[in-house]
Design a protein around this ligand. Sequence first.
Ligand SMILES: Cc1cc2nc3c(=O)[nH]c(=O)nc-3n(C[C@H](O)[C@H](O)[C@H](O)COP(=O)(O)OP(=O)(O)OC[C@H]3O[C@@H](n4cnc5c(N)ncnc54)[C@H](O)[C@@H]3O)c2cc1C
Length: 243
Amino acid sequence: MEVKLLSHTPDVEAHVARAAKLCYSDSTIEELIKREDVKEAGAFIQKLISMGHDSPLEHVSFSFGVEGISRVTSHQLVRHRIASYSQQSQRYVNLADTFDYIVPKSIQGNRPAYEEYTRLMEVTHEIYKALLDNDIPAEDARYVLPNATETKIMITMNARALLHFFKVRGCNRAQHEIRNMAYLMLLECKDVAPLLFKGAGPGCVSGECGEGKMSCGEAKEVRAKYEALDESEVVGTQLDETA
Ligand SMILES: Cc1cc2nc3c(=O)[nH]c(=O)nc-3n(C[C@H](O)[C@H](O)[C@H](O)COP(=O)(O)OP(=O)(O)OC[C@H]3O[C@@H](n4cnc5c(N)ncnc54)[C@H](O)[C@@H]3O)c2cc1C
């Protein structure tokens, strides 16, 4: 899996602070833009988030390029509606020569399961190509392709939507592939806006676990892992080895 932050609103944290200061100030917008104190925005942004005054976070956006994820994960991803997506098409891109698929670690580590899995992928690919050879259009041949099929997607989300995404998809209750993707996206965000994303992550990082009986029971360990990120100066280079 490869997750790359492609672009973001310039001057992210100052921009959020400006939007929030506007709510409480009699300054003109031009005066606000010139104010230097928004550069010291960290504590102010943390206060906004703790108060639930979240709308200023919607003024900054982040675009990611993600490759090497399965359609299992992209399907879960696009359930998040406050975002924009552009995904490689299986109508316009014929996978006859480039059919790649994701193998979950549970299957990679289980020899008989791995053999069955890869056998099915090979047969599926053969049938897909046979359909194309029989003049079936790619948009119909794709019906045989599995959830495991690898895909590429561009994602744009604002900071408020991202914080929500990290909360639900960073949680140990989320599936490992999307959890890993959320984790890598968060590392990218922390790199460019460490104050805005300080304390971001699953719900148990900033408060109590909300999962009740379904809790993983590892809130302490999860919190420690995410708090360590906030203390690190090299967050952009770390990978989640646990997924
Ligand atoms: C562990 C886990 C298990 C899941 N299991 C299943 C499952 O078995 N089956 C299944 O179908 N889905 C499942 N989901 C998907 C889940 O139900 C959500 O669709 C998905 O996580 C998107 O979350 P969201 O709606 O909060 O986010 P977004 O679409 O990003 O929305 C963000 C927030 O905006 C608000 N919002 C957005 N749209 C509306 C709206 N129409 N009305 C009111 N408020 C809105 C809500 O406050 C929402 O939380 C699962 C998710 C997780 C994390």
